[in-house]
Design a protein around this ligand. Structure first.
Ligand code: FAD
Ligand code: NAP
Length: 346
């Protein structure tokens, strides 16, 4: 394992930001990580990197960026109904999903084509089309960067929430996730009510639902709606969808119907997630503020989904961050809602 100095990270983050790391290296096991940590200055900050698809570097990283390349996939146990599979943190997420789809194991098909690696999937409890990894997550092993011990986390330990986990909150930047274990279903129950999956399956003329058919439908929808980071730098949804309570929801509806700047026939879209809580699509709020497809210098909001901020080429991390701040301020002024960034900002 070589430690490189002043290493350019541009090809290792899907925004394509040309930030540098003071030190950079990669590891393929917990023991390699331990050796690296002994070599590197103890007081320098450490950043564990996966596929770089949920990161924004706003400046050079004044410490060590360590890329997790732990690769194995192992079947741990199985019975008539379930299979328990462990995947190394460095395995590409989509190739792991494809491995499960090929084996006809259900649970991850709605999460097809999400960029990044397995190790980052618990970080924000990745989710799409009504499924989150917490639904099939068994446990993970993680290496404590300071204490140099391996700790096991079960589902409850991870404190999963909406695009959240303990690793983004109280344990932020403390652990390197080494591997993740999933409980997948040999008799899958499909979740196709969400978004355009059902209509895509109809278009595909699927009569018999299968893990593969649902995965194919999700892949088709995603390819038609989302920018390919290889062609246009981005990190997926830049903001989380805000969740507001009943009073705020009533007030927001009242305000929208009063607001002259907004087309009065436009209704506030929402998803009721409990008796008291409503999820509002952040993309809609941003679109209403006029940002959809809008470009400012080298940065802009994607033309098909305002929630995705794109780098048209040559943008700095600060350009992207400042653009996101402009959006936050405008949405707050217009709707009184403060959008929260989903992307990890360094
Ligand atoms: P990175 O960007 O490398 O890292 C993200 C964070 O996790 C960083 O803080 C990093 O330090 C930390 N981290 C990474 N690996 C480890 C590890 N092994 N141990 C400890 N910490 C670690 N997300 C969704 O939830 N749903 C989607 O549908 C979705 N669609 C996307 C579509 C596009 C086009 C893009 C570009 C992104 C999308 N994302 C989506 C966001 C992103 O792909 C996921 O969050 C993904 O899990 C990030 O994985 P990564 O390996 O690239 O993480
Ligand atoms: P979409 O289908 O146009 O829907 C817009 C928003 O409405 C989504 O954010 C979604 O919330 C919400 N929504 C739609 N149907 C819903 C339902 N039946 N119940 C509850 N909420 C519903 O969204 P999209 O942009 O094309 O994305 C499709 C899926 O991929 C979404 O689940 C989205 O989260 C995921 N995705 C995530 C990222 C990322 O970087 N995090 C990037 C691209 C796509 P949720 O986001 O809470 O699901």
């Amino acid at each position: 394992m070589q430690v490189e100095e002043n290493f350019l990270l541009q090809n290792l983050n899907t925004f394509g930001i040309a930030a540098q790391a003071k030190y950079f290296s990669a590891f393929r096991s917990a023991s390699e990580l331990e050796i690296l940590l002994e070599e590197l200055p103890e007081t320098d900050p450490k950043l564990i990197l996966g596929g770089g698809s949920n990161i924004l570097f706003t400046k050079n990283f004044n410490g060590a960026v360590l890329k997790n390349e732990i690769q194995d996939i192992t079947i741990l146990d199985e019975n008539q109904d379930y299979v328990y599979v462990q995947a190394g943190a460095g395995v590409s997420w989509h190739s792991f999903v494809m491995y499960c789809v090929e084996n006809n194991w259900g649970g991850l098909e709605n999460l097809s084509l999400i960029p990044g690696n397995v190790g980052a999937s618990p970080m924000q409890n990745i989710g799409a089309y009504g499924v989150e990894i917490k639904d099939v997550f068994e446990s993970l092993e993680a290496f404590h960067l300071k204490e140099k011990t391996i700790v096991n986390f079960n589902n409850a330990d991870c404190e999963f929430g909406y695009r959240e986990s303990i690793f983004k909150k109280s344990l932020k930047n403390q652990f390197a996730i080494l591997n993740v274990r999933f409980k997948l279903c040999k008799r899958p129950v499909f979740n196709i009510q969400y978004g355009a999956i059902e209509s895509e399956l109809e278009k595909m003329k699927v009569n018999q639902l299968s893990v593969k058919a649902v995965s194919d439908a999700v892949i088709k929808i995603r390819q038609s709606k989302l920018p390919d980071p290889a062609l246009l730098g981005n990190a997926g949804s830049f903001f989380k969808n805000p969740v507001i309570n009943q009073n705020a929801f009533v007030e927001l509806n009242r305000q929208i119907s009063k607001n002259k700047k907004i087309d009065e026939s436009t209704d506030l879209p929402f998803y009721k997630i409990s008796n008291e809580q409503y999820k509002i699509p952040a993309g809609w709020l941003i679109e209403q503020c006029g940002f959809k497809g809008k470009r400012l210098g080298n940065v802009g909001c994607y033309e098909k989904q305002a929630l995705v901020i794109v780098n048209y080429g040559g943008a700095t991390g600060a350009d992207v961050y400042n653009f996101s701040k402009t959006i936050i301020d405008k949405v707050q002024a217009e709707f009184g809602i403060v959008l929260e960034r989903e992307v990890n900002v360094f």
